[in-house]
Design a protein around this ligand. Structure first.
Ligand code: SAM
Length: 214
């Protein structure tokens, strides 16, 4: 028995180059699956409305969609506010091919965002932080690129419902407190709430939204 290993704290998961390549190629392949990874979203869905509400007036603002996939949220926000400058970042170049031309894209990992500190007015991540592996680093990076006073929204799944859906081995879900704590290291206001797809449907606890002001 290796007692030292037995008593030591569990190691923080690492986004090694091998794991990163595996995640990337998994999402590159998934890009062809429009049913499960759609390029559009109904703007009436509460996930869209809540982010929009939290971000406020987007006119003339630079906004980053972190782990944007095919850019379905950014597409809606750009349609609603053509004067906003929308950016989408994703690890999968195949996903990025679907992002509309008027949204700027960058391939990369949210754990090391290829952007200057404080260069966005706002950032949001929908069902993508759960794939970041190095969660603390990703949260810190998202907060870094947003300017003081800027808004941040994260939508992901609730750790208390873990097992409800099939997940790849690197995926992680979060408790309310866990992400609140990470965001609070960088943001002056942080809250979280349960949400469902439709505003008038009682949330079943699967989805959580974390809203922050840096
Ligand atoms: C479930 S999809 C969600 C996409 C999009 N946010 C949406 O709601 O349609 C997860 C996305 O996160 C991306 N992703 C996974 N790990 C990432 C990382 N470390 N950095 C950036 N994007 C990542 C994947 O390529 C994929 O497009």
């Amino acid at each position: 028995m290796n007692w030292k290993r037995w008593f030591s704290r569990p190691e923080t998961p690492r986004l090694t180059p091998e794991l990163r390549a595996r995640i990337q190629s998994s999402f590159d392949r998934a890009a062809g699956d429009e049913e499960h990874f759609p390029s559009t979203i109904d703007p009436r869905i509460y996930h869209v409305k809540l982010i929009r509400q939290h971000l406020g007036d987007l006119s003339g603002k630079r906004v980053l969609d972190v782990g944007c996939g095919k850019g379905r949220f950014a597409r809606v926000f750009h349609e609603q506010e053509p004067e906003a400058e929308l950016w989408g970042l994703d690890i999968s170049e195949e996903m990025l091919r679907f992002v509309p031309q008027d949204i700027q894209t960058r391939a990369g990992s949210m754990t090391e965002l290829p952007f200057e500190t404080g260069c966005f007015d706002a950032a949001y991540a929908t069902e993508s932080l759960e794939h970041a592996v190095e969660i603390e680093k990703a949260v810190s990076e998202i907060c870094r690129v947003v300017k003081p006073g800027g808004r941040i929204a994260i939508i992901d799944k609730n750790a208390e419902h873990w097992g409800k859906l099939e997940t790849p081995e690197w995926e992680r879900w979060f408790t309310r407190q866990e992400l609140e704590r990470l965001l609070a290291r960088h943001c002056r206001q942080v809250s979280s709430r349960f949400i469902s797809y439709w505003e008038d449907v009682e949330p079943d606890g699967l989805f959580l939204a974390w809203l922050a002001v840096k």
